[in-house]
Design a protein around this ligand. Structure first.
Ligand SMILES: *[C@@H]1O[C@H](CO)[C@@H](O)[C@H](O)[C@H]1NC(C)=O
Length: 248
């Protein structure tokens, strides 16, 4: 690989990583998370009753869910640390441990917010994914459950709640957080600066260059606009080369 290829590959790598490293909602505790634009806090959904906060039926099972505490009724004989319980008349299975709560995605934009739990009982892993949807008119409603794909032990739920509509971050928990994208951007600009300054110093003191020749790899950078123009024209012609174009 020569120098030009290294620069172009680095640039592509940084752009791809910056574009794909979206900002996940950072877990604060088992039922709240924050982004730079606000926090999602499901604590108001906590339950003081004996009965589970949410119950939903689907695929021959009933599911109990307690988002901010733990289920008080035993599930598969376990009496603590259970967030999701799958049951029918004969059996019950833990479908999510409180400790396993993980947030992914964000509650706005093209992404979506998932709150995922897992639990292993008797060598079988069950996973419950709660798609948390901002519905301003709903205090809290567990709308649906579906095992997807069937037989996988992965259960997809939809929880609608106004508490998933972003609330402004209070100054208290607004600790500065730099996203992965910003870090990469900073590294990129530091590299560019080091390259330019180092390059200019090198050209000046070791290669004895003057004027525009001081710019490192001047030939490449000065021909870059031409490359870009060629690239655009090539695309506009529908990716046909000049010769095949003139034959038409
Ligand atoms: C949320 O869960 C669904 C279902 O498993 C999945 O398709 C989607 O990619 C997840 N989204 C995020 C942001 O984790």
């Amino acid at each position: 690989m020569d120098f030009e290829q290294v620069i172009i590959s680095l640039y592509c790598l940084f752009s791809i990583v910056s574009l794909t490293s979206g900002e996940d909602c950072l877990k604060i505790d088992q039922c709240s998370c924050k982004t730079s634009q606000g926090a999602v806090d499901l604590h108001p959904l906590a339950n003081d009753q004996e009965n589970p906060r949410f119950t939903v039926v689907g695929g021959g099972y009933t599911y109990d869910y307690e988002p901010c505490k733990e289920l008080t009724k035993p599930c598969a004989t376990k009496t603590s640390g259970v967030a999701v319980c799958q049951r029918n008349t004969d059996n019950s299975y833990i479908a999510g441990d409180v400790d396993s709560a993980t947030f992914s995605g964000v509650p706005f934009g093209n992404s979506r917010l998932n709150l995922t739990y897992t639990s292993e009982n008797g060598g079988v892993l069950r996973k419950s994914v709660f798609h948390i949807v901002c519905v301003t008119t709903e205090s809290g409603k567990l709308v649906s459950v579906k095992e997807d794909p069937p037989g996988s032990g992965v259960y997809l739920f939809e929880l609608q709640t106004k508490y998933a509509c972003l609330s402004p971050i209070t100054p208290d928990n607004n600790k500065k957080h730099i996203s992965t994208g910003s870090v990469l951007l900073i590294i990129f600009f530091v590299l560019i600066t080091v390259y330019l300054v180092g390059g200019i110093l090198f050209m000046k003191f070791f290669a004895g260059a003057q004027g525009v020749e001081l710019i490192p790899n001047y030939e490449f950078w000065s021909s870059l606009p031409g490359y870009i123009k060629d690239g655009c024209m090539f695309t506009c012609r529908g990716c046909k080369t000049e010769s095949s174009y003139s034959q038409i």
